[in-house]
Design a protein around this ligand. Structure first.
Ligand code: NDP
Length: 278
């Protein structure tokens, strides 16, 4: 029995709170990395068409010998496919590349506010959901004003909103909006790609509780209730990032880490990011 808690999404589907992210893992390294993660105990993989490694994620799932139903798989709709028909076709390609009959979660990767109309995209997501080919659907990088449009103009409430969150960007407003609408928050770049690991406050807590800065930061996310999927191609770090269930942070430690917030993004701002690959 895994120690990783399950979070129940707003449609009853359960997702492991700790998973493994594969952004910036080269396709040639992906199968090995995902196999190592599955051996370590991770049962939730976060990929995207944009990452270019869905095929290799699928190969690892098949070669792992694990039951497909025991692994939670998320992928995301790339920015060039927001038109209704394009979204349906892109989803079919993702399934095909992964070699899966269905996904556990499919997300709109970015809202692209100036490019098109993401409510049309969401209607394609709703069709995918109703067809049973994705057990849940959600969004990524949506701010409350984007979500408000979906809530007003479409039917299915997103199961998750995957946003950048870490001690330097705590996103309390978006997390509160998500919670109010029963949308689970997934925190991407949970250790800010390593940038928070040398922070003296985090280092002090880590030293005191006898854990590494990465473990303290990841545990902080878990105790706040967010879903995380740290990325590493280094096996010892994959194992380190998985050992989070035999210690606890005090309320005071949670608060001092949250107080490190300085609104610092490692990635694009969803309100201005409109990049579409040609
Ligand atoms: P992370 O915050 O997970 O950091 C990954 C980096 O930290 C890598 O360079 C890794 O190095 C290093 N690292 C990992 N563990 C440790 C450790 N224990 N000690 C020291 N260094 C460590 O960043 P990501 O941007 O990868 O975010 C995680 C996942 O979130 C992605 O893989 C992706 O699935 C998702 N994501 C989603 C986005 C979206 O727009 N929806 C955007 C960005 C990410 P190494 O690999 O060399 O070991």
């Amino acid at each position: 029995m895994s120690q990783v808690p399950l979070i129940t999404l707003n449609n009853g589907v359960e997702i492991p709170q700790l998973g493994f992210g594969v952004f910036q893992i080269e396709p040639r390294d992906t199968k090995e990395a995902v196999l190592a993660a599955l051996e370590t105990g991770y049962r939730h993989i976060d990929t995207a068409e944009m990452y270019g490694n869905e095929k290799e994620v699928g190969q690892a799932i098949r070669e792992s010998g694990l039951d497909r139903n025991d692994i939670f798989v998320t992928s995301k709709l790339n920015n060039g496919y927001h038109a209704y028909g394009d979204a349906l076709a892109a989803f079919a390609r993702s399934l095909d590349d992964l070699g899966l009959e269905k996904l556990d979660l499919f997300l709109i990767h970015w809202p692209l506010p100036k490019v098109g109309d993401f409510t049309e995209t969401w209607k394609a997501m709703e069709e995918i959901y109703r067809s049973g080919r994705s057990r849940a659907i959600g969004v990524s990088n949506f701010n409350p004003h984007h979500l408000n449009r979906l809530l007003q103009e479409t039917e299915v409430v997103p199961a998750v909103n995957q946003i950048e969150v870490h001690p330097y960007l705590t996103q309390e407003d978006v997390r509160a909006f998500n919670a109010e609408h029963e949308i689970a928050t997934e925190a991407w770049s949970p250790i800010a790609k390593g940038k928070v690991l040398n922070d003296p406050v985090i280092a002090e807590v880590a030293e005191r509780v006898g854990r590494t800065p990465a473990q303290v930061t990841l545990r902080w996310h878990l105790q706040r209730g967010d879903i995380i999927f740290p990325k590493s191609v280094t096996r010892s770090r994959m194992e380190e990032n998985f050992r989070l269930f035999d210690f606890e942070l005090s309320e005071e430690d949670l608060a001092v880490i949250a107080a490190l917030d300085r609104g610092e993004r490692t990635g694009p701002d969803p309100d201005t990011f409109n990049y579409v690959p040609q």
